[in-house]
Design a protein around this ligand. Structure first.
Ligand SMILES: Cc1cc2nc3c(=O)[nH]c(=O)nc-3n(C[C@H](O)[C@H](O)[C@H](O)COP(=O)(O)OP(=O)(O)OC[C@H]3O[C@@H](n4cnc5c(N)ncnc54)[C@H](O)[C@@H]3O)c2cc1C
Length: 400
């Protein structure tokens, strides 16, 4: 990565999160010095990895992206496969009433892995650090102008220009704010506690999700004796969970997952995340595209947010690579419309499916219990449906 010595580039990417990092790497690997990128992030460090302590489940679409970038063996060495997924529904903290067991493979290939986000970002950072066509800046943006020939971004007193602006600056995107970009959004009235645990029993590479009336709680295997827990709770339970002692947290986790992990020995990296649903009405505007959480923020119950964002960048980079190869303007509307047309179905289907599941299960409406059990039992009884669920989650059937 270089220091900035020219204020014009082909693409300005705002945000240096995982989605943007993958986009920069993909474009650079495919186009080399034929493309110049400026990345602007408000964080002070080049790789703000210390902030990213949670585990990410990465699906086959992400695995295939890593393979195309030549980094899969590196990523795989840090990742833990999920061989089986067990989903259940509880009408109270103790009593589970129905179970769905999924063999997590697509055509004999493992359909998802779990990796520490810090480790994944570090691998991408090491790769992008070697590249001379990327300039990384740490600053706040105060102004953005979209024009018919180019875009300009004001950073301190400097004006940067490019053919295309990519907003990869997360859920609270400054680009969306400055350009008044509208989204369809709602609050989940839930918060997620995420933590890493050490336990006494080998988890046998099983991921578990239990739908409680107060929100889903999930266990992701990140090592034989290490797992990640993501516990989403409705707002009326938030204070209780925020103030929970380590001892009580251990007991809660054991109560849910004792059969799979035995006793909890240690709890680390507890952090809280607000959960909301948000999808921009349009993924593009004149010489602007949105990717990752800036474009769509979804419920984490299926661990798909990053995977969805990385499918955005696979699609976007195909258009950019084609334009640059043929000497065409990468910011023209036809490429951006194409991106919208190809990405919106996947984004809407994923976001609304997880939203629907959360709505159905995260409540105390007793009358819905038969329906909650019916949905799980029905899926459990139809092998074809089980295979389709795993294939759907792997993201391999998405066309770009
Ligand atoms: C509890 C929880 C568990 C999850 N588990 C999974 C999982 O298992 N699998 C999965 O696929 N997804 C998961 N997700 C979703 C995943 O974390 C997100 O989808 C992903 O991090 C989005 O990446 P991003 O790069 O788009 O945005 P971000 O990671 O939010 O990055 C945005 C970047 O933009 C920068 N930025 C922000 N504002 C500005 C500004 N004003 N100027 C410049 N830069 C700015 C930030 O500093 C940051 O570097 C989970 C989410 C939660 C909340």
């Amino acid at each position: 990565m270089n220091q900035l010595n020219n204020n014009h580039s082909d693409i300005i990417i705002v945000g240096n999160g995982i989605t943007s990092q993958f986009l920069a790497l993909k474009l650079s690997k495919m186009l080399g010095n034929r493309i110049r990128l400026i990345i602007i992030d408000k964080q002070k460090e080049d790789n703000p990895s210390s902030e990213y302590v949670r585990a990410l489940s990465i699906s086959l679409s992400t695995v295939n992206l890593c393979k195309s970038l030549g980094i899969w063996e590196l990523v795989k060495s840090k990742a833990h496969p999920i061989n089986k997924i067990v989903i259940s529904h509880s009408i109270s903290d103790e009593k589970k009433t129905s179970f769905l067991n999924l063999d997590n493979r697509v055509n004999e290939e493992v359909a998802s892995y779990v990796i520490n986000e810090t480790a994944l970002r570090e691998i991408i950072f090491q790769e992008t650090s070697k590249l001379s066509n990327i300039n990384l800046m740490h600053n706040n943006i105060s102004e953005v102008k979209l024009g018919s020939d180019q875009i300009s971004v004001k950073v301190n007193d400097q004006i940067l220009t490019s053919k295309l602006l990519v907003a990869g600056d997360g859920r609270k995107s400054i680009i969306k704010k400055l350009l008044n970009i509208k989204s369809v959004s709602w609050d989940y009235n839930q918060m997620a506690l995420s933590c890493l645990i050490k336990h006494t029993k080998n988890n046998e590479n099983i991921a578990v999700e239990n739908f409680l009336p107060t929100g889903p709680i999930a266990l992701l295997p990140i090592g034989d004796y290490h797992s990640s827990v993501i516990w989403s709770v409705n707002k009326n339970k938030i204070d209780e969970v925020k103030n929970i002692s380590i001892g009580d947290l251990k007991l809660t986790i054991e109560e849910q997952f004792k059969n799979y992990i035995g006793e909890v020995i240690a709890v680390d990296n507890s952090s809280f995340f607000e959960l909301n649903f948000s999808i921009v009405r349009k993924l593009y505007s004149e010489r602007l595209v949105l990717i990752g959480d800036a474009a769509h923020s979804i419920h984490p119950l299926a661990g798909q947010g990053t995977n969805l964002g990385l499918r955005d960048i696979i699609c976007l980079s195909e258009g950019v690579i084609e334009a640059i190869k043929y000497g065409l303007d990468i910011g023209t509307t036809s490429y951006l419309q194409d991106y919208q047309k190809k990405r919106m179905p996947d984004i809407l289907t994923s976001a609304l499916t997880y939203d629907g599941i959360n709505r159905l299960y995260s409540n105390n409406i007793g009358g819905l219990n038969p329906l909650k059990d019916f949905a799980i039992n029905l899926a459990e009884s139809i092998p074809f449906l089980k295979k389709s669920l795993v294939k759907g989650g792997s993201g391999v059937n998405i066309r770009y």
